[in-house]
Design a binder for this molecule. Structure first.
Ligand code: FRU
Length: 533
């Protein structure tokens, strides 16, 4: 088969061809979900950026419509870069986006729907009073990606954040407006961090202290915390903190529960960038979209004629521990589940590997729970092991340890010449156990031109008390998207096998640790193919 078809995804969001990057302006409006995204209409490398636009009633089946925003005015002749939607109190959606002007300055513009009774919101109008935020007092080549705005009823002002940098300092500039038209920079940024470099695609929103419901972006008061997420163009990773929004001072102060720099918490410890959330009033949830770039060569992107996907939209909420977020694929994804196979109460002794047969495993949704009868032999944890990604790359899925590695081999060839491992490993620290989750793609492809980094994250669970850990992995031809510990630690990899493709892909559950591991339950579903643009 053509390389273009081998790696196309079935149920992850992508257009029929060409380059895509950031998700933009996701929203729910009159019964329809909208997703815009950065798109090159002329090729499969970055450039000529417009806001492509698709609509859906279920976040799973997508219909393309005309691009919503494209270069047409002096204030965006050189590109329509990332931005967000704010639903105004009368229900009107307003787009704030970064326009690239004739001087290649990054300025912030507004656009409104031409016809509010069109639920598809196909045509957008850019008022001539644009830009609404100019580059006064900022670095004009590092000033972009406005957030969804929020409203403070006390002082009757809107506020919005724009990402920037000053030297190595990442900045979230804050602007205020009475009328959503004239915006004034506040005396201090909402927040900044000294060593991160540019903050792209900031996102700032409240999360409830209790339960899984989301909150509309303007909601404030007791019973909630705020989350600030930024994307770092230097590392190509995002990180977030959970903290307090001091409304009177117009300051965000992170709780001291995780690092406020590139070593901090991530939504996703893999190939996932420029993400954005929105509040879905239909199901009272906050939904996260993130872009997953190709990690194949540029030459192959050109040969394929397409590049980039969006990960599965995820609901997200604050964990009970108040320290981190939890994410889970939106429930609508389960409507694609077809033929199901599974295992029950299967003990995996050291070195055991069991194949999960009977479905197309290159297009599947797998959920598994591992029982850990004993942690006695857990390998001691070296406190110098700070970076989980490096730890994963040192250990890999085939290095025997006390408890683990155990997990799944996905996109495997029959004789394991190719395989991608998704696994856990448990260590014993001084006063607790440490759970590591990894993607090991070191043997994912016999092709050597592909970029295949290990990914890793720690899972903040009390494994001794719970005695078990769960894993859900979405496999979609060139994507492996995993949710560990019920969605506490997530990671996405792009994988390009040469043999383990289509019907030739196999799925195994394995245990390479010394201690037994019991699969209490494993369910694997073949996934259907939704309407995808
Ligand atoms: C992030 C980003 C944004 C910018 C857009 C341009 O991937 O660099 O900062 O607005 O992409 O396409």
């Amino acid at each position: 088969p053509l390389i273009s078809n081998l790696y196309r995804t079935a149920y992850h969001f992508q257009p029929p061809r060409h380059w895509i990057n950031d998700p933009n302006g996701p929203m729910y409006y009159k019964g329809i979900y909208h997703l815009f995204y950065q798109y090159n209409p002329y090729g499969s490398v970055w450039g000529n950026i417009v806001w492509a636009h698709s609509v859906s009633t279920d976040l799973i089946n997508w219909t393309p419509v005309e691009p919503g925003i494209y270069p047409s005015k002096p204030f965006d002749v050189n590109g329509c870069w990332s931005g967000s939607v704010t639903i105004l109190p009368d229900g009107t959606p307003a787009i704030l986006y970064t326009g690239i002007d004739a001087q290649n300055h990054q300025i912030q513009n507004i656009a409104y729907p031409k016809n509010l009774s069109d639920p598809y919101l196909i045509e957008w109008v850019k008022p001539d009073y644009n830009p609404v935020i100019n580059t006064n007092g900022v670095n004009a080549s590092a000033f972009r990606d406005p957030t969804t705005a929020w409203y403070n009823p006390k002082d009757k002002h809107w506020r919005v954040v724009v990402g920037s940098r000053r030297g190595d300092r990442g900045l979230a500039y804050l602007y205020r407006s009475k009328d959503f038209k004239r915006w004034v920079k506040t005396a201090h940024p909402l927040h900044s961090s000294a060593t991160t470099g540019m903050w792209e695609c900031p996102d700032f929103f409240p999360v409830s202290l209790q339960g899984q419901n989301g909150l509309d972006t303007s909601v404030n008061g007791p019973g909630l915390k705020h989350v600030l997420k930024v994307s770092l163009d230097v590392t190509r990773y995002e990180y977030y903190t959970v903290g307090k929004y001091l409304t009177e001072l117009d300051k965000y102060v992170p709780d001291n529960t995780s690092a406020d720099d590139h070593t901090g918490l991530r939504y996703d410890y893999g190939n996932f960038y420029a993400s954005k959330t929105f509040y879905d009033p239909a199901k009272h949830r906050r939904i996260l979209w993130g872009w997953s770039n190709e990690s194949d060569s540029v030459a192959d992107d050109v040969a394929k004629g397409w590049a980039g996907i969006q990960t599965i939209p995820r609901s997200l909420w604050l964990d009970k521990n108040g320290r981190q977020l939890v994410q889970w694929p939106v429930e609508e994804l389960e409507t694609l589940r077809g033929k199901q196979v599974g295992l029950k109460n299967t003990v995996l002794k050291s070195g055991d590997m069991v194949e999960v047969k009977g479905i197309l495993t290159s297009q599947a949704d797998v959920e598994v729970t591992f029982d850990l009868p004993s942690l006695e032999d857990a390998e001691p944890f070296d406190p110098l092991w700070m970076d989980p990604q490096i730890l994963c790359s040192k250990k890999g899925a085939n290095t025997k340890s006390g408890v683990g590695p155990f997990g799944l081999f996905v996109l495997s060839s029959e004789k394991m010449e190719e395989r991608t491992a998704v696994f856990f490993q448990v260590y014993r620290a001084v006063d607790k156990h440490v759970v590591l989750m990894c993607h090991d793609p070191s043997r994912s492809s016999l092709r050597n031109e592909v970029y295949i980094p290990y990914y890793g994250g720690f899972v903040d669970v009390d494994i001794k008390k719970e005695g078990k850990i769960s894993l859900r992995t979405l496999i979609d031809h060139s994507v492996v998207e995993s949710f560990g510990g019920g969605g506490k630690t997530c990671m996405t990899s792009r994988i390009y096998p040469s043999m383990a493709v289509g019907e030739k892909a196999h799925l195994f559950v394995f245990n390479n640790g010394l201690e037994d591991v019991k699969v209490t339950e494993l369910n694997a579903w073949e996934m259907g193919r939704p309407k995808m643009n």
